[in-house]
Design a protein around this ligand. Structure first.
Ligand SMILES: *Cc1c(COP(=O)(O)O)cnc(C)c1O
Length: 376
């Protein structure tokens, strides 16, 4: 057995879409990029979308567009991939960690409130596992203190919050198309927004801060002319990748449906097992289930993890609280503690969850977990 915790599903249609681009005129900065962006707008209900080279680039671009700069504090969760906090550092900002809620494992709006100072500029909410954060509460806090809201929705493509698709409700929302996520472009990311000014800033940032748009330039010396208006990067995505993304996006609902079915089956078979805590789904939210995370007794977590690895089940732990990494410990976070996050980290295991996981493989995973819990 060799069962990863997540993996992509690529079919012949996907392969053909990529091959077609390779035979055409544009490998990058061609028509597939806008086509992919338009599809993500249609899917999420966002007005604008900008495709970039990774989910991390998307987060960096979002922080730039929000105007985060030296000394600005940005509040985020420690239970996330390091990129959602690193993007603040890229802009010279200061990540401030608010604790999570013990039931959903998402950032706690009450703790966000406590962490606000006169330097706070933005909140980066991460929809952990694909379960939307309490966005109404977060927006209310942001409004009161005049803060930007960025959603890191790397886990939450296709999720909805109170009837609205994630991607349509905050100033900026970022997605990732890494192969373990819902759909893939190999590497890739996207930022959605409803604000035309933020949209312009995102596009500038993606390509060196350079524009040929006459409305943005200070003058125009001729057809060849362009201007660099800001300091951007090369965060462009290729047409090759976007062709794959377009083909994948057509299958997203089918992918999510299968993930939801697998989650239901996990819940049914694990919820009454002594020692296991299954994830909860909050009212009014529709999780798109990037991850299926259970809690096990912390004194047995390592042993369970090791036994599952030996059985060919490559479970994972999402996440080590970001500030506990040596880099952060060495940069002023040594006395930072988020109790709930640290407690959660000791107990969690992410079980295999992806479109191609068969019922038979899932039953084997369940059998091995129960085995490793009770036959120590
Ligand atoms: C995957 C992920 C990212 C980074 O995306 P990449 O495409 O790998 O750069 C950021 N935040 C979270 C929560 C993620 O899961």
């Amino acid at each position: 057995m060799n069962i990863p915790y997540g993996r992509q599903t690529i079919d012949e249609e996907d392969i053909q879409a990529v091959v077609d681009v390779l035979k055409g005129d544009f490998l990058t900065t061609g028509p597939k990029i806008e086509e992919f962006e338009k599809m993500v707008c249609d899917y999420t209900g966002a007005k604008y979308a900008v495709a970039v080279s990774s989910g991390t680039a998307a987060l960096h671009a979002a922080c730039f567009a929000a105007g985060i700069g030296a000394g600005d504090e940005v509040i985020t969760t420690p239970i996330t991939f390091a990129a959602s906090s690193n993007c603040i550092l890229y802009c010279g900002g200061i990540p401030v960690f608010a604790d999570i809620k013990p039931d959903t494992y998402n950032i706690d709006p009450k703790d966000i409130k406590k962490k606000i100072t006169n330097k706070t500029k933005a909140i980066i909410a991460v929809h952990y596992t694909g379960q939307p954060c309490e966005m109404d509460e977060i927006h209310a806090i942001a409004k009161e203190h005049n803060l930007f809201v960025i959603e890191d929705a790397a886990h939450a493509l296709g999720a909805d919050y109170k009837g609205k698709k994630i991607g349509s409700i905050s100033d900026l929302t970022t997605f990732s198309f890494h192969p373990v996520k819902h759909i893939t472009t190999g590497e890739g990311g996207m930022i959605t927004t409803n604000d035309p000014d933020l949209y312009e800033r995102l596009k500038l940032f993606r390509s060196h801060g350079i524009t040929r748009d006459e409305k943005l330039m200070t003058k125009n010396e001729g057809g060849w002319y362009y201007q660099q208006l800001d300091l951007g990067y090369n965060y462009r995505i290729t047409d090759i990748q976007c062709a794959l993304g377009i083909s994948q996006l057509k299958k997203l609902d089918k992918f999510i449906e299968r993930r939801r079915k697998l989650v239901h089956q996990y819940n049914e078979k694990l919820k009454d097992v002594d020692g296991i805590i299954c994830p909860v789904q909050k009212e009014g939210c529709n999780n798109s289930w990037h991850l299926y995370v259970i809690q096990v007794p912390k004194e047995h977590r390592k042993e369970i993890y090791n036994r599952l690895q030996l059985a060919g089940i490559h479970v994972n732990v999402h996440y080590i609280p970001v500030y506990m990494h040596p880099y952060y410990q060495g940069h002023g976070y040594i006395d930072i503690h988020c109790e709930n996050a640290e407690e959660l980290y000791k107990t969690i295991i992410s079980l295999p969850l992806y479109y191609g996981l068969t019922d038979k493989e899932q039953d084997y995973v369940i059998e091995q977990i129960i085995e490793s819990l009770y036959n120590k």
